[in-house]
Ligand binder design. Structure first.
Ligand code: F6P
Length: 531
């Protein structure tokens, strides 16, 4: 049992794992396949259209047993129930983390607390449907009576990465008539580039911000609205059909001037990086249509059910999480690579960076006690085969220990058989060669591949709203399981606040105690500019 008095590292299971990690040098992954005839099959899990093979990992069955026991020791089952039941597991902000309620089967069994949430969830979903239907059917017109052709989602972090990643991933499902653009960076280049090619008469701006206080988003929104106003010669553009606000802070959106009917809310128990399932998904729903958006939610729901109902040793998010703990806490891995063999998943690694690192990049536990062990690894990655010609050298022969997730859709209709075959064979060649390695002739050490490098492979039948929803949910729950084992709050992000405060102070020019280095840089900048 993990509580203030008993740290997870003080448990017998942790000690057993430390012992097992000492003899990990004796484990040769490829030899394990000879010893355990059934290893590939027994270390694979199939759920709906997802196939997860974790047999190429540096684990024996005994190690896995202890890792699963560690999850049990951390009271994972109780924590899962607490999350799904909407208990205030985000303790520093005293609120629940209920993204799972957004995609729940409302006819299923739920606590009274969850049932209470369904009304606002359904109201918000109806609004997403009404708006996306009208825009897609050309019924939604701008100030000059023309229908919308371009939608700009202005938001950052969780109010950008989810819909941006999913719009790229689900291009095959998108309306050919509508272009969806994303602006996030406060670097004016971002918004200027997007606006320079658009016609204000047919452009809709969606201002997405949970808090409606985020400096980058509000500045970019002001710029976009000024652009609309100037061209359309309208005084009341903020309350026109060209502007929608998506937020958990309707008051601020209305103060910003957005008409009440065009404020689409979501609830504050949806964390920013878990908000793709909420009204933050509006730009995505406009692109792929409400039904496809719902299908994405249903893909996540299948994983929610799998996560809640499957024994831990048959549970994809749990297995992924404990493997990560093994590498991170017992074998000293500092990072974890995500390599999708799929051009459409190009933004998936950066989406997972926020999901994982903003959730679990913590160094105090739920009680505010300093942790004496490692938490979130650095998540990074890029699509294959591109990465093969860039950083794979380091994966094969470098000195860093980096576990990898390979991800691929089996079929890609927008590609062609020949390319798809070569793409998938490249992925298989990489995971295989990383594992088996190759001895070089004497005197040719530069040609030697040590091998024994672990990886897991996630295959989906094809990339669709359903499988994308499933993939995202798998990683959400993996992050949750790891946060549970580490005893941290995966749902706050206090670490981003200090930088925000200092940038506001610098902008206002009222910063005190400026350090000599920053002062020098400020001086150099001001020699070229007037700020
Ligand atoms: O700065 C971090 C953060 O708070 C993220 O957690 C969040 O997704 C992002 O900023 C954007 O916040 P908001 O949706 O309130 O504009």
């Amino acid at each position: 049992m993990q509580n203030k008095e008993q740290n997870i590292t003080q448990t017998n299971i942790w000690s057993n794992l430390v012992d097992q990690s000492r003899s990990v040098g004796d484990i040769i992954i490829s030899d394990l396949f000879k010893k355990e005839k059934n290893r590939a099959k027994s270390m694979s899990i199939k759920i709906a259209e997802v196939f997860f093979d974790y047999s190429k990992n540096l684990i024996t069955k005994d190690i896995l047993k202890n890792l699963i026991a560690l999850a049990e020791e951390a009271n994972l089952s109780i924590r899962i129930d607490k999350m799904f039941d909407g208990k205030a597991i985000n303790r520093s902000e005293n609120r629940s983390a209920l993204h799972t309620a957004l995609r729940a089967d409302q006819d299923g069994e739920h606590s009274a607390n969850i049932k209470l949430k369904f009304k606002s969830i359904n109201d918000q979903a109806s609004k997403i449907k009404a708006i996306s239907d009208k825009i897609r059917s050309k019924e939604w017109v701008g100030e000059t009576g023309k229908s919308i052709t371009d939608v700009i989602n202005i938001g950052i972090g969780g109010s950008d990465l989810g819909p941006r990643m999913a719009c790229t991933a689900l291009k095959e499902f998108a309306s050919a008539r509508l272009n969806i653009h994303f602006v996030s960076n406060v670097d004016g280049t971002d918004i200027n580039d997007v606006l320079s090619n658009l016609n204000p008469e047919t452009t809709l701006i969606i201002i997405s911000s949970k808090t409606f206080t985020t400096m980058e988003t509000l500045l970019n929104a002001d710029k976009a609205l000024a652009w609309l106003e100037k061209d359309l010669e309208t005084q009341n553009i903020r309350s026109s059909n060209h502007v929608i606000g998506v937020t958990a802070n309707a008051k601020n959106a209305k103060l910003f001037g957005i008409d009440e009917t065009r404020v689409v809310e979501f609830d504050d128990w949806v964390g920013g990086r878990y908000s793709i399932w909420s009204s933050i998904g509006l730009s995505l729903a406009i692109s792929i249509g409400f039904d496809n958006f719902q299908t994405m939610l249903s893909g996540a729901r299948e994983i929610d059910n799998h996560f809640r109902e499957s024994p831990f040793d048959q549970n994809i998010p749990v297995i992924m999480a404990v493997l990560g703990i093994w590498y991170n806490n017992f074998l000293g891995a500092q990072s974890h690579a995500i390599i999708p063999y799929c051009e459409r998943l190009t933004l998936f690694p950066s989406y997972l960076q926020q999901l994982d690192m903003e959730s679990n990049g913590k160094s105090v536990d739920q009680n505010g006690e300093q942790l004496k062990y490692q938490t979130a690894p650095i998540i990074w990655g890029q699509t294959g085969t591109n990465g093969q010609h860039a950083f794979f050298q380091l994966l094969h022969q470098g000195t860093k220990f980096i576990p990898i997730d390979f991800i691929a859709p089996i079929i890609q209709k927008q590609s062609d058989d020949k390319s798809q075959k070569i793409l998938l064979n490249n992925m298989l060649a990489q995971s295989m060669s990383l594992m088996v390695g190759k001895k070089a002739k004497e005197g040719e050490n530069h040609k030697s591949y040590p091998g024994n490098k672990p990886s897991s492979t996630l295959l989906v039948n094809s990339l669709s709203p359903k499988t994308l929803g499933a993939l995202i949910a798998i990683y959400e729950h993996k992050v949750f399981v790891q946060g549970t084992i580490w005893g941290i709050n995966s749902f706050d992000q206090w670490g981003v606040e200090l930088g925000k405060e200092l940038s506001i102070a610098l902008n206002k020019g009222n910063i005190s105690n400026i350090d000599p280095s920053t002062d020098q840089l400020k001086d150099i900048i001001s020699k070229f500019t007037n700020y």
